[in-house]
Design a protein around this ligand. Structure first.
Ligand code: 1HN
Length: 350
């Protein structure tokens, strides 16, 4: 007597760790799904300040980073998306976030405070509000704040991707702080000063460097280059100064300026994106739901989700900073984009 199909399937699973494809042919497989989600600045700032005040953490030197976990992913320590982790980090006056390095690459966008610093591979980078800085894979980094006020920034790391690939390595530096071996401004002068690239100590093409993009220059460029894109207002990408390509192999970062009253068209694409409101206030329509935002808010845009943006003010600019996994999708031929019609609003995120 041959066994029945259900008995066969059970035995295949138990004895051979295999499954029959025909059972899944038309079945809808439930996978964890990244949801559009907003982390409000009013909420995150309150928790960041409280984390800054926790006496148990004072002087411990670890990172006071609040990691945003996407409610659709439901795993312990899940990221903001399947490829990216984002966090709000506060560096208290006098505090040191001790030196370490890891294979996940990081970017930081300064939300609040001026004059605190990060040290990367022996160079101190002073950061001010609106600055954007890269910490490429396996670059030593420690953070410090010699100012009187806390510094708060947004971190975005490709940690979920690197974890999925089982390529995560982490090392603590033997001291709390690494020695300074380069003068301030060294890397930016070396590769990005007035379109010039140094010939002494010439950087390798295949390794991104820990450069910093100053707010005044980035926003200044968006005001000078007053030409809108169909879906992102006046938008410019932070580039790798050596290759002219995306700022890092796994992430692309963009600054978008919506002029007073500006409203964009709708589209969707396979690049999953994290938006952070750098300036002003406005709204995005995400899969038919209105997401009102203002400075400091952070929100996720899942892959293949309709979206369009609007500036809520008729007098002031609104500026969105965004980080996406676009370079990965391009590298494997999976970037896809579709233009849409203005969406009907059927609900809201509040
Ligand atoms: C990390 O190492 C930093 O080095 C910040 O400043 C945020 C979030 C998740 C995992 C590691 C940092 C992080 C992080």
């Amino acid at each position: 007597m041959p066994r029945s199909e259900p008995e066969f399937v059970e035995a295949l699973k138990e004895e051979a760790s295999a499954f029959p494809l025909w059972r899944f042919h038309n079945a809808k497989v439930e996978r964890p799904k990244v949801l559009p989600h907003v982390w409000r600045w009013s909420m995150m700032e309150r928790f960041a300040q409280e984390a800054g005040d926790l006496p148990e953490l004072k002087g411990q030197g670890d990172r006071r980073a609040l990691v945003m976990s996407n409610p659709g992913l439901k795993m312990p320590f899940s990221g903001a998306t399947k490829t990216l982790t984002s966090a709000i980090q506060i560096v208290w006056p006098g505090e040191i976030a001790t030196a370490h390095r890891h294979t996940p690459a990081a970017i930081r966008f300064i939300i609040q405070g001026n004059g605190a610093f990060t040290v990367q591979d022996g160079e101190r980078f002073i950061m001010d509000q609106g600055d954007f800085t890269l910490t490429p894979s396996f670059v030593w980094h420690d953070h410090g704040n010699l100012t009187e006020k806390p510094m708060i920034w947004l971190d975005v790391l490709d940690a979920p991707l690197v974890g999925y690939l089982d390529a995560s390595f982490f090392e603590d530096f033997p001291e709390d702080e690494q020695p300074i071996i380069h003068p301030e401004g060294y890397t930016n002068v070396r590769v990005g000063h007035g379109l010039m690239r140094g010939l002494a100590d010439r950087p390798a093409h295949n390794r991104p460097l820990p450069v910093t993009y100053k707010w005044d220059q980035a926003y200044g460029a968006l005001r000078d280059f007053d030409q809108s894109t169909p879906f992102d207002g006046v938008a410019m990408e932070y580039i790798n100064p050596i290759t002219g390509g995306h700022c890092m192999p796994t992430v692309a970062a963009v600054l978008s300026r919506l002029r007073p009253g500006e409203r964009t068209g709708a589209h969707r694409h396979t690049a999953t994106t994290i938006y952070h409101v750098a300036k002003g206030s406005g709204f995005s329509i995400v899969d038919g739901k209105e997401l009102a935002w203002s400075k400091g808010d952070t929100f996720t845009l899942p892959s293949w989700t309709w979206h369009e943006h609007g500036n809520g003010s008729s007098t002031d600019d609104a500026v969105l900073f965004s980080v996406s996994d676009l370079p990965l999708l391009e590298a494997v031929g999976l970037f896809r984009e579709e233009e849409g019609n203005p969406q009907q609003v059927t609900g809201s995120f509040d």
